[in-house]
Design a protein around this ligand. Structure first.
Ligand code: HEM
Length: 972
């Protein structure tokens, strides 16, 4: 019965073809459409007892659903989105509703005739019987399930088979020898179609046709891939696959796998199926066109029988020749089908068969999906997808661009895209569709709109900030000749910087080698060599313009109009320094500077002289008491006389304590011991701050309770409360001793003015300023002393010369200010130390607006980084000996040491230059002088020359030094 019905359908189709070529002419027919209609007709009759014409609207609607589904196949599937009334969803819901209504109509007709004709013994009849069981049992299928099953069979029952037939025809026409062979077999087993009806038995004997169809399925299987999902964490071929993972079985690729099918896997060779499917490849289950196992295609026999019948009946009557207009471009729209060719009808070519077998009518077959009339093939894509003779890889053009062509684009005319497949929906229907948007959809819209309203500006800003702006800035700067390493999404070049620094981290230098740039600023070294002294790199999504040209540096540092404020991006650095002089800008900075400035005038710097038994002499006591860390400084002083032996001392930590002690006494009237906790907490803050310097700075992150933030907040709280204690002590003694004329005294006076004026500084600002001076006042100077000692020890000739000068100018006395002023060689030596080992290796500003910087238009907000250490080694500025230790270059003063008067940037330059530079230089001269009066410095063999930058530059493993009493036997 089934075969008969199938035969009827096929015969009807062939009769149409014959009618077209009634005059005996060749006809050109678009076969894929014919097969779609045929297979739809067959499934309609065989499974649902209706005709294609009756079920046509179901097929057309399903075709539209198919294209809609495929247009989203490569989108991210967000669960909630399926409920949103998007245009695609609305269309899908509406078409689905139409399908269900149509199916329900077919079912109702069957039920209406039940009493006279029964349910029927086709697929629908079987399902209806399962739905209405006798004897009150629970139905096996609900009506909804039957409808869903109808949808499944309406679609799966024809779409796949029609493409199998299309590809089979294509291969018949491109392999005429096989066409001949098959025709011969068909005529032998089934006759020429004039006398006998095709039977199942006949079809079973068509061995060659069977092999041919299997090979067609292998190369052009309509289903290109299958998917499964893992229901739990499981082991798959030795790989642990997590629950919920999607497994994609790439059938098309597997069918071309040479390891499975042999070296000829890409060729059309039906012979491989001569001994059956299981022996065609190296694996018995290699052919997956119908899948395999319990969930394999239930309709595979049906499809194969249908395909065999159609091929046989076609061959009985026709010879197939591919139209020259065919373009070979298979595409995947859930099922694999051929792509469009323009439909120009023309007479068929010559017959392919020998005289005896020439059929009554010849069909020039060309196959097409007929979906994209708006895209006629061009010479270019015809080249790309060569004609059949050159076919070697059959499905290779299944690539994204082809899929994209079928992206469902509501903006595009649907009649263009799905012209022949969509149900004839009238304007009226569309209106109903719109009216059908229920209240629930309205709510969904509102929710969606609210979410979009909240997220859209954020997403838009993020996009602008992270993608568009970097791109636009890069282009703008490039147009001006400013290049750079190129923005990377989100992190910019921070990864590059970290990597380059990590590469340099393990390196140690020879003690005579002063080029630590590959360890500290390797990125500047590399990028300057590639892009010049002014280039752009990216710290996150912020442009960072490297300013290494001294002329441009001057333009930035000497500006007094506020064009280049400080860059305050890193919250940890702000906690370390407070909003004191270093980090304030504009009027705040002026106010602070006005208060603080008197403390740094030269006459105030006589502190060092007036307390000659105190501050500076501590340096001596430290070295003598090398083994006695925890004692009070004055207690150590008492032990001084006893210590006469040579000792090895780790100098850098000694200098840190010394400079901390000095700033404590001179600026805050306390001792190192009293302020020790502040220094220790600040040290920790400094390392915390540095650990984040090369991270992307996301503003909101500073408020999150991360480990680092929590620690920073805690330390900051400690520092503030300790500073408050020092201030309270001073205020408590105010009536007897006044505010004091040190830095703290000046600030307190500015805070509590007489006569009811507005105070110049608030108490909070004083605390912040204390943080600034506690840190800036000692950390930098201590490293200057460390590096000076290192250079003294590695340049004994300079050690001797300086000692001589000190002895000449100061004798054995504690140097006074006047004496220090005469230490010209010591001064030159310290300047050269600052040049080669300046404690501050880079400083930053930012562009307050779009501005012109040395002829380059720099965008607002761009960071400007001045890589001091790199500039200090620039041979164009300092001469060919820039890398060498040569204090002589400062013989005629700082401004004449290089080709540019402002080339030495250790204390910065211009109005924001270091307020403490005189203080630091006096302190350093005094300490160096007093050390040289007493000791000879000899570098310990334990020393490792590996400068590192932790906001300030220091030796990675400290500075172990052998200190020997002068005249105590050190020979050079
Ligand atoms: C060798 C020792 C020192 C070096 C190398 C040094 C270096 C610098 C540099 C490069 C700047 C500019 C920072 C910038 O522009 O971002 C600066 C600013 C500053 N330094 Fe120093 N410094 C040293 C010692 C001192 C001392 C001893 C004090 C305080 C007693 C001090 C207090 C300050 C202050 C308050 C500022 C900010 C000035 C302003 O912006 O008005 N520095 N220092």
């Amino acid at each position: 019965m089934m075969t008969v019905t199938m035969s009827d359908c096929v015969r009807s189709m062939l009769s149409d073809w014959e009618a077209k070529g009634a005059a005996g002419d060749d006809v050109e027919i678009e076969l894929s459409r014919q097969f779609e209609e045929l297979t739809a007709d067959v499934i309609s009759h065989t499974a649902f007892g209706s005709s294609y014409k009756e079920g046509r609207q179901v097929f057309l609607a399903q075709r539209e659903l198919q294209f809609l589904a495929f247009s989203t196949a490569f989108n991210v599937q967000i669960p909630g989105f399926r409920y949103l009334p998007t245009e695609k969803n609305l269309r899908t819901w509406n078409v689905d509703k139409q399908v269900r209504t149509m199916l329900m109509d077919i079912i109702k007709t069957r039920l209406a005739n039940k009493d006279t004709a029964g349910y029927g013994n086709d697929l629908l009849g079987l399902m209806l019987e399962a739905c209405t069981p006798e004897h009150g049992e629970a139905p096996i299928l609900t009506m909804d399930e039957i409808i869903d099953e109808c949808k499944t069979f309406f679609f799966a029952g024809h779409d796949t088979t029609s493409h199998l037939l299309t590809w089979a025809s294509f291969l018949l026409s491109t392999h005429p020898e096989w066409q001949d062979k098959l025709r011969e077999e068909v005529r032998r087993e089934c006759g020429n179609g004039e006398e006998e009806e095709l039977t199942g038995d006949m079809l079973n004997k068509l061995k060659l046709v069977n092999m041919f169809l299997l090979e067609t399925l292998r190369l052009y299987g309509p289903v290109p891939a299958l998917q499964r999902r893992t229901s739990s964490d499981l082991d798959l071929g030795g790989i642990h696959v997590p629950e919920g993972a999607i497994l994609t079985i790439a059938i098309t690729s597997i069918h071309r796998d040479k390891e499975v099918w042999g070296e000829d896997a890409g060729e059309f060779k039906p012979e491989r199926f001569e001994n059956g499917v299981t022996k065609a490849a190296k694996h018995p289950n290699a052919l997956l066109s119908f899948s395999s196992g319990p969930r394999s295609c239930i309709g595979q026999n049906f499809a194969m029988m249908e395909a065999k019948a159609v091929v046989a009946m076609m061959l009985q009557k026709f010879s197939l020749e591919l139209s020259p207009k065919y373009v070979h471009a298979p595409m995947d729209v859930i099922t694999v089908r051929p792509r469009h060719v323009p439909m120009i009808l023309k007479p068929a070519g010559c017959p392919v068969l020998s005289e005896t077998l020439v059929p009554t009518t010849k069909v020039a077959a060309y196959v097409t999906a007929d979906l994209t009339r708006q895209h006629p093939p061009t010479r270019t894509n015809a080249d790309k997808y060569p004609p059949p003779s050159a076919l070697d890889s059959h499905l290779s053009p299944l690539t994204k661009p082809q899929r994209n062509q079928f992206d469902f684009n509501p903006a595009r005319s649907q009649s263009n895209q799905l012209e022949d497949y969509r149900p004839e929906s009238t304007e009226r229907e569309r209106e109903r569709e719109r009216e059908g948007v229920t209240a629930a959809m309205g709510v969904a819209w509102m929710v969606a709109a609210a979410v979009v309203a909240v997220l859209a500006p954020w997403a838009f800003n993020a996009l602008v900030h992270l993608v568009w702006r970097p791109y636009a800035i890069t282009r703008k700067l490039a147009a001006q000749g400013v290049a750079g390493p190129g923005y990377r999404f989100f992190s910019g070049n921070l990864g590059d910087i970290k990597r380059l620094r990590a590469e340099g981290a393990g390196v140690t230098l020879d003690v005579g080698d002063h080029d630590f740039i590959p360890m500290v600023q390797p990125h500047f070294r590399r990028w300057i060599s590639l892009y010049g002294r002014t280039f752009v790199y990216w710290t996150g999504a912020r442009p960072n313009v490297c300013v290494a040209d001294v002329n441009v540096v001057k333009q930035v540092l000497f500006d007094r109009t506020g064009l280049y404020p400080k860059n305050l991006m890193n919250p940890h650095i702000s906690r370390l320094l407070g909003k004191g002089l270093v980090l304030t800008d504009g009027d705040d900075w002026k106010r602070h500077r006005k208060v603080v400035h008197p403390a740094f005038s030269m006459d105030k710097l006589k502190w060092l002289d007036s307390k000659s038994d105190g501050d500076t002499t501590y340096s001596i006591q430290f070295f003598d008491m090398a083994d006695d860390d925890d004692d009070d400084v004055r207690l150590r002083s008492a032990k001084l006389a006893k210590s006469v032996n040579d000792v090895e001392v780790e100098l850098s930590s000694r200098f840190e304590e010394l400079t901390a002690d000095v700033i404590s006494h001179t600026a805050f009237g306390s001792s190192y011991i009293q302020g020790k906790q502040v220094f220790l907490a600040q040290r920790e803050l400094q390392f915390l701050a540095f650990s984040t310097v090369f991270d992307v700075q996301i503003p909101a992150f500073r408020y999150l309770p991360t480990d680092k933030n929590l620690k920073t907040w805690k330390l900051d709280k400690q520092v503030r409360s300790m500073l408050m204690d020092i201030i309270k002590t001073r205020l408590a003694n105010k009536d007897t001793a006044g505010y004091g004329n040190d830095l703290l005294g000046l600030m307190l006076e500015a805070c509590a003015p007489e006569h009811g004026e507005t105070p110049l500084l608030t108490m909070d600002e004083i605390i912040d300023e204390c943080k600034t001076f506690f840190f800036a006042g000692h950390d930098t100077t201590s490293h200057l002393l460390t590096w000076a000692s290192f250079l003294l020890s590695t340049h004994p000739e300079w050690q001797d010369r300086l000692r001589e000068e000190v002895r000449r100018e100061c004798g054995d006395e504690v140097p006074t200010g006047d004496m220090l002023n005469k230490l010209k060689l010591v001064n030159m030596f310290l300047l050269e130390t600052l040049r080669l080992y300046g404690p501050v290796s880079a400083i930053q500003r930012k562009a307050s607006s779009d501005l012109d910087l040395g002829g380059v238009q720099v965008p607002e907000g761009a960071i400007l980084t001045i890589p001091i250490a790199t500039i200090h080694r620039d041979k164009e500025v300092w001469g060919e000996d820039a890398g060498e230790f040569r204090p002589e270059r400062f013989e005629n003063g700082v401004t004449r040491a290089a080709k540019h008067p402002n080339a030495l940037l250790s204390f910065s330059s211009g109005p924001r230059s270091c307020i403490g530079q005189n203080f630091a230089m006096i302190e350093a001269k005094a300490v160096v002088g007093m050390i040289l009066q007493r000791f000879t410095l000899e570098l310990s063999p334990k020393y490792v020359h590996a400068p590192m930058d932790v906001l300030t530059l220091r030796p990675r493993h400290g500075l172990p030094m052998l200190l020997k009493r002068v005249g105590g036997g050190v020979t050079h």
